[in-house]
Design a protein around this ligand. Structure first.
Ligand SMILES: CC(C)(COP(=O)(O)OP(=O)(O)OC[C@H]1O[C@@H](n2cnc3c(N)ncnc32)[C@H](O)[C@@H]1OP(=O)(O)O)[C@@H](O)C(=O)NCCC(=O)NCCS
Length: 168
């Protein structure tokens, strides 16, 4: 599996996964707009030339605000998201990032398990956050990812995977 910066050409496959993965999917236009911002980093995981998963977020000062993490349904529970998220967080330490945060539906047991495995902790709940079913969001944060033990944990989980960045 290779991990690389998301490209506009990935959109058809990303959107197919997006529509299957989320009850409130983003539009292609929303992704394309995010890809043009300098403060965003979106990546895709590619297996045998096909998009296996993707994720991304906004870099804001020393924080990354993760906006999306999804894996193709037929490839779930094989560790794809664990390696992808660990490789992503390890990669964005290069941008001066120290902390990562995100919101996740309170009923999303797989995603909460994934984030806990990576070292995120629940710090609060936003009630009535999701407009389709009025569901609450759990707010999760990491501790300082530059801390030696956290950084080591990321290296172990990413199994040496690196993000190919061909933009520069
Ligand atoms: C959440 C998601 C990205 C996980 O991807 P994945 O590649 O299957 O995850 P992994 O195989 O790396 O699993 C990582 C951990 O997540 C948890 N997990 C994943 N799937 C799970 C499930 N079905 N039930 C319970 N825990 C689960 C486990 O803690 C797992 O660790 P373990 O394998 O050591 O037990 C995937 O289910 C997905 O795309 N869901 C739809 C989109 C979504 O909800 N994204 C999150 C938005 S906030």
């Amino acid at each position: 599996m290779i991990f690389r910066i998301m490209r506009p050409e990935d959109m058809p496959e990303v959107m197919a996964i997006e529509r299957e993965a989320y009850s409130l999917p983003w539009s292609e236009a929303a992704y394309l707009e995010d890809l043009t911002h300098e403060a965003t980093v979106y990546i895709t995981a590619e297996e045998e030339g096909k998009v296996a998963g993707y994720m991304g977020g906004w870099l804001i000062f020393d924080e990354v605000h993760i906006t999306t993490v999804a894996v193709r349904a037929d490839l779930r529970r094989k560790g794809v998201a664990s390696v992808m998220l660990a490789a992503y967080l390890d990669h964005i330490l290069n941008y001066g990032t120290r902390f990562a945060t995100l919101e996740v539906r309170i009923s999303n047991v797989p995603a909460i398990g994934l984030y806990r495995k990576l070292g995120f902790k629940a710090v609060g709940v936003r009630e009535h956050y999701y407009c389709d079913n009025d569901e609450a969001a759990v707010i999760m944060w990491t501790s300082d990812m530059r801390d030696g033990s956290f950084a080591k944990h990321l290296k172990e989980l990413s199994r040496g995977a690196e993000i190919e960045d061909t933009r520069n």
